[in-house]
Design a protein around this ligand. Structure first.
Ligand code: GDP
Ligand code: MG
Length: 665
């Protein structure tokens, strides 16, 4: 079975291409660093697999991503490489192409973004490019699937053919390349490529070769080369030769017409506004505010009401009727209606809000705006010991903290990476949204969007302050640079948009069927049973006993009831479970009546303190798991749990007691 590996620069449509060739779906985002692990899919047209490697600019490892690609090349000698190249930015892209050509395995080029290039007035002579590089070049538009058939045909040909790709001549260095290659034992990988990678200081290659041959000889050859060529930076020579070559290739194959000047100008104007030193941040806040407005007031909220009506009305009636027809015992009836329907249904009601939010976030991602926000945030993040790259995991964290924490892998500097992992859980993920929505509807009905925005901002502000404190006290490390390529503004593509919304939202649905379901059954059981037996008064149940204990601790924060305590314990499973718990405990048939009950137990101030607590206290179970996996450290995992609890306690205390002093209660 043939194996193909997809390699290319970040943010040029690799994942889009992967999806059309394999018919599966992976996360597509209009920014760099979205794909962090290699992914494997089955090709639709061939008997073969396709591997989606992380996007990189060159093979010389600086980040975890780049190491992944080099490792892959070292280990998997039998793949055909599908090199995806951005037609609109050939110059930057061809650098990696040259390194891949030197690998001397079958390779073909998918020249992507033909539409963007055309729009920018760039015309590329693909036939000529083929002749210059000695490999097939297929123009495509990954986003729409244009050119897919040609590419699929070419894939098979290339896999079957012998290769003699372009061989770059490094002039005076050639002698040493050959000498070094001569020292490397035979294997399935091009010795010339290995030699070049060693000269380029590719750590991953060096450490592999070190084990296999007498590396001192290689090292002394490198020193001889440095003396002979009068430089201590041999890599520079290689870079220069490659860049000159790229330059001459581009001269030959690319024609640029003037018509793109106009467009460039308008992009620059928009950029100047969106990334303005003072206006950038306020504009982002306004955009977020509008997004929440749509989520709660314009689209999500009204839809949610309809859904709630259905769930609490006809659907519950049918289930009840069904159960009595089946002659279910009262135990079973209570389990289904008071436990599962209340617990799972109570969370499902918020699907419209969650999907609206995700749709809109996907929209600003795909349009290219989010990358600009990262640039705006970079200045701020730099001041607190992070950098703009940390913004991407954080934004992903708004959907769900788990992939957010994973996305921190794109950050090369260990200190910045650890900080990002620790702080991403403070980003308000979608699981918290049902809690906010429930409470906001009671106490902040007129200003739901503003209230929720304030909680999101609270999470960010706390994260920034903690980053500053942590980086000044516990962690040392040099700051790294944040270089981001600004993607062009793109008209969002409907299909991509819906897919990425679904991708973000499906986790929520899956959770409803698994952990929220299990949590609801458990909570219902704990509320149904007590020391005195089954079907006890709820205030005599095990749940009440557990909750009571915490309730006392939380009294100074404004929510000293056993119900709140119980909801917080179960909320560790997943934050939505807080809502399930409240539904089960307060036995309310629909959102409106649950809100009436809650309004008797909370005040506006207490509610805000409670929401802030939910936002900040321990990351959920799944996030804790991924923190453990990513940091490989029990110490940091415990730290993330404990500091969260401490911060949440202190902050809620300040909110509640401070608010009382101000007479807000
Ligand atoms: P990756 O980071 O390389 O995996 O790139 P993605 O597949 O995530 O795509 C990055 C962005 O480019 C997304 O917004 C895609 O919709 C967009 N995109 C991908 N291919 C094309 C294309 O051929 N034309 C246009 N206009 N946009 C594309
Ligand atoms: Mg990708």
């Amino acid at each position: 079975m043939a194996q193909f590996a997809l390699a290319g620069n970040p943010n040029i449509g690799k994942t889009s291409l992967f999806n059309i060739l394999t018919g599966t779906y992976e996360y597509v985002g209009n920014w760099s660093g979205v794909t962090v692990e290699k992914k494997v899919g089955k090709l639709r047209k061939h008997n073969g697999t396709l591997i989606d490697l992380p996007g990189i600019y060159s093979l010389n490892p600086m980040t975890a991503d780049e190491t992944v690609v080099t490792h892959f090349l070292l280990e998997e000698g039998n793949s055909t490489i599908l090199n995806i190249v951005n037609a609109a930015q050939l110059k930057r892209n061809l650098y990696l192409t040259i390194q891949l050509l030197e690998y001397e395995k079958p390779l073909l080029i998918a020249l992507n973004m033909i539409d963007v290039a055309k729009n920018n007035g760039i015309h590329i002579n693909t036939k000529k490019l083929e002749t210059l590089l000695h490999v097939p070049v297929v123009p495509i538009i990954a986003r729409t699937g244009w050119g897919r058939t040609e590419l699929e045909e070419q894939l098979q040909h290339t896999a079957d053919q012998d290769v003699s790709p372009l061989r770059v001549n490094y002039g005076d260095l050639e002698y040493f390349i050959e000498q070094i290659a001569g020292l490397i034992p035979d294997g399935h990988i091009s010795k010339r490529w290995l030699a070049l990678q060693i000269i380029e200081n590719n750590e991953t290659v060096i450490s592999t070769i070190r084990e296999k041959c007498s590396f001192e000889k290689v090292e002394s050859l490198l020193i001889v080369a440095q003396t002979a060529l009068e430089t201590d930076d041999l890599e520079k020579i290689i870079r220069k030769v490659r860049n000159d070559l790229i330059h001459s290739i581009i001269e030959e194959i690319e024609e640029v017409t003037e018509k793109n000047q106009q467009k460039k100008l308008s992009t620059e104007k928009v950029d100047a506004l969106l990334m303005h030193r003072y206006l950038g941040m306020p504009i982002f806040l306004v955009v977020m505010f509008l997004i929440f407005k749509a989520t709660f007031d314009w689209i999500g909220g009204p839809l949610s009401e309809i859904l709630d009506g259905l769930l609490s009305g006809p659907i519950t009636d049918w289930i009840t009727a069904g159960l009595s027809v089946m002659g279910a015992s009262s135990f079973l009836q209570s389990l289904v209606i008071d436990g599962i329907v209340a617990g799972v249904g109570g969370v499902l009601v918020f699907i419209p809000q969650i999907f609206t939010l995700f749709l809109l976030i996907s929209l600003i991602e795909d349009s290219g705006y989010m990358t600009r926000v990262a640039v705006v945030m970079d200045k701020l993040l730099e001041k607190v010991g992070l950098n703009g790259k940390a913004f991407i995991p954080m934004i992903i964290g708004f959907g769900c903290n788990v992939p957010g924490v994973m996305a921190a892998r794109t950050i090369e500097q260990p200190k910045e990476r650890l900080l990002t992992i620790l702080l991403t859980p403070l980003m308000s993920c979608s699981a918290r949204l049902p809690v906010y929505t429930l409470f906001a509807g009671i106490f902040f009905a007129a200003n739901q969007a503003l209230l929720v925005l304030s909680l999101y901002v609270l999470g960010i502000v706390v994260a920034l302050i903690l980053a500053l404190i942590f980086s000044k006290t516990m962690m040392k490390g040099e700051p790294s640079m944040f270089i981001v390529e600004l993607p062009p503004y793109r008209m969002p593509h409907m299909q991509t948009l819906f897919r990425s919304t679904w991708e973000k939202g499906k986790g929520f649905l899956r959770k409803a069927g698994t952990i929220i379901f299990a949590g609801s059954v458990m909570i219902w059981f704990l509320s149904y049973a007590g020391p005195a037996g089954f079907d006890v008064e709820m205030s005599d149940s095990y749940l009440a006993m557990l909750g009571n204990f915490l309730g006392t601790l939380f009294a100074p924060l404004g929510f000293g009831t056993w119900q709140a305590g119980a909801a917080l314990i179960t909320g560790f499973l997943a934050k939505e479970v807080v809502v399930s718990t409240m539904n089960i405990i307060y036995q309310a048939p629909d959102v409106a009546s649950l809100q009436v009950v809650i309004s008797q137990h909370f005040t506006m101030l207490k509610a805000y303190s409670f929401m802030a607590f939910i936002l900040l206290y321990v990351p959920c179970l799944a996030t804790v798991g991924v923190i453990k996996k990513e940091t490989e450290s029990a110490k940091w995992t415990w730290f993330s749990i404990l500091y969260g609890l401490a911060i949440a306690y202190v902050l809620s205390l300040i909110i509640y007691q401070g608010g009382k002093l101000l007479g807000l209660e």
